[in-house]
Design a binder for this molecule. Sequence first.
Ligand code: CP3
Length: 351
Amino acid sequence: MSVPAGLTARERFLRACRGEPVDRPPVWLMRQAGRYLPEYRRVREGISFLDMCRDVERAVTVSLQPVELLGVEAVILFSDIFVPVLGLGIDVDFRPGPMIGEPLRTRDQIHALRVEDPRQTVPYVFEIVRGLRRALSGPQIPLLGFAGAPFTLAAYLVEGAGSRSFSAMKRMLYREPALMRTLLDVLTEMTVAYLGAQIEAGAEAVQLFDTWAGLLAEDDYRKWVLPTHQAIVERVRGGGAPLILYVNDGAHVLESMLESGADVLSLDWRCDMGMAARRAGRRASLQGNLDPCILAAPREEIFSRVRRIAEQARPARGHILNLGHGCLPDTPVEGVRAFVEAAKSLAAGSA
Ligand code: CP3
């Protein structure tokens, strides 16, 4: 298969997801709309983060900023993994990380959860998706939707907030496995409905964030996490949008990630890209995996790291350049700009 001339950003991205030849890897950054951008902080002024997620106009504006200011080649919906959780009737606040009003610790709380239609409970999300799709039809930039994966959502919902070890969640998993399974099943239902509605509203690819699943050893990951990913991939795939699976600190579960059926695996920087590319082969494309802190390094260093990652990823069927985790609030904008330029300077065959 040869590379068609003059690919649009949308074609390059979707082809890379499916493992079809492209001229060079497309580039975007996780958490590309955020506090490191002065223009984001200006729009965010005087309004809470959750209200920003409900404000269609502001959310569309900040989603588009990284394209206009930095030239990234994909847009991700501005929202948070906890927005659909509001539709379960759970109270969530951000300070700045998520805080759960009443952490889920009992059978009664978990058995009372009901999954409603997200188009009814959080309609603004789909208005943002539709607004973005309209804005991106001219420049032909792909639009990504996303959701948090059941394990990561459960980790926060049981723990009540972020944690280094999520030990309350893991305790429930080992002490009350049937209850944890019920919670994961509810969250799987919610995620399937939520991603399906985003695709219906115009998302062209979706990313599933399982940030904390790497906390489990491989056998527990296979038992608790893999079936949730397989169910989501199988039920969302009908929508025709490729699915990208992100697990932070997940090098030890790479084989299980491949078994999820996801089109693209998004890797963190501790996972060796060369090894992952050889293991993945034609089974999945890869995304990643620069350490976000390297964006503070000199421009030449960023360029050389990008060339190295692209080179290591060559045995994979497709590669999307990205960070290994979200862009941090103290990231220099110049570093992000250098990252995007470095990616665009890569030519097919010369990576
Ligand atoms: O990537 C993007 O630009 C799209 C928007 C997006 C946000 N959160 C916006 C956000 C996405 C995809 C997320 C995903 C998310 N949220 C994850 C999974 C990915 C990851 O980073 O591991 C998780 C675990 C969360 C939960 C969450 N939300 C945390 C831990 C925090 C605090 C982080 C921090 O930077 O302090 C948030 C808040 C949040 N989500 C912000 C943004 C832009 C900062 C809010 C602000 O403006 O104050």
